[in-house]
Ligand binder design. Structure first.
Ligand code: GUN
Length: 294
């Protein structure tokens, strides 16, 4: 069993990006600038966004954090997005999800300039991804592809089972694993809450990608020997004995499942850090494209 070490690989990617930024500075060029918008003060979302901003600083990017109250109206958020679209200093930005219920998430995503949509959530970018065109790939699926690539995990002809059809992870992942090329060329089954015989389907998988958000859902008896297991779940489970009052649990019963697998991602330290590294990579790409336009 080999661990797909997201912490290590994400640090390598950040070092690669930092080296490129240092060269940009040497040439007297403007460095990439990422803005992040967060509405409300959900603990997990704040942690993710703060981590994204800190990572920007680490690689030498400029960053701007925009915090809006949970009572923000849809119109106010759309105005802020318009400002960011117009601001030539900003190369890319994200609006952290989920949003409060008074705001229509799809409307917000549609308002983002596709050229600045470093999350790859806009239908233009999502469509390009599905058509194998060059675009921003959503950071979590992009991070999973990068891990598979850097560990030389064979995906061609394999049966990949994706658990969960979210717009952020499951749906794009199912498209990417079936694309021509590597990582890709898999035969993909996308499973969800209405899937019948889900355990039987999972037991046939060469590669399992779980993005369900149910702690320890995936048990050892459900996966076949030598399967590759990617755990996207990251749930805060209340635990008074811990300093923070919770611990982070993946979808996978790591202790027992890992004994059967060829490759597996841990939680934390697997997919999570890769997501941030790939967001930085998309922002660097946005800067390069933006410079070409100016
Ligand atoms: N919420 C959970 N994951 C993500 C992500 O990758 N991007 C944004 N914007 N919100 C998220």
């Amino acid at each position: 069993m080999e661990i797909l070490d997201g912490k290590k690989i994400s640090n390598q990617i950040k070092e690669e990006i930092a080296a490129e930024v240092a060269q940009m500075k040497e040439r007297g060029e403007k460095v990439p600038h990422l803005a992040a918008v967060i509405v409300g003060n959900d603990g997990a979302s704040m942690t993710y966004v703060n981590s994204k901003v800190r990572s920007c600083e680490k690689v030498g990017f400029e960053s701007t954090l925009i915090r809006l109250p949970s009572t923000t109206s849809e119109l106010e958020l759309l105005k802020k997005i318009d400002q960011l679209n117009q601001d030539d200093d900003i190369d890319g930005f994200i609006v952290q999800l989920p949003l409060p219920e008074q705001i229509d998430t799809q409307k917000v995503i549609m308002a983002i300039d596709p050229d600045k949509d470093v999350d790859g959530f806009h239908p233009t970018n999502f469509g390009k991804m599905a058509l194998d065109m060059s675009t921003f790939i959503p950071a979590t699926p992009f991070g999973i592809l990068e891990l598979l690539e850097r560990y030389n995990v064979e995906t061609k002809g394999k049966h990949t089972v994706v658990i969960g059809r979210s717009h952020i992870v499951g749906r794009p992942m199912s498209i990417l694993m079936g694309r021509k090329g590597w990582p890709g060329n898999s035969t993909v089954t996308l499973t969800h809450s209405h899937t019948k015989n889900i355990t039987q389907i999972i037991s046939q998988a060469d590669i399992v990608i779980s993005a369900l958000g149910v702690p320890h859902f995936l048990k050892a008896e459900m996966v076949k020997d030598d399967a590759v297991v990617i755990d996207v779940g990251i749930t805060r489970v209340p635990d008074e004995s811990r300093e923070k009052g919770y611990y982070l649990a993946g979808d996978v019963d790591f202790e027992n499942v890992s004994k059967k697998t060829s490759f597996i991602t841990p939680v934390p330290g697997g997919v999570g850090p890769m997501t941030i590294a790939m967001l930085l990579k998309n922002t660097l790409l946005a800067r390069e494209q933006h410079r070409g336009e100016l």
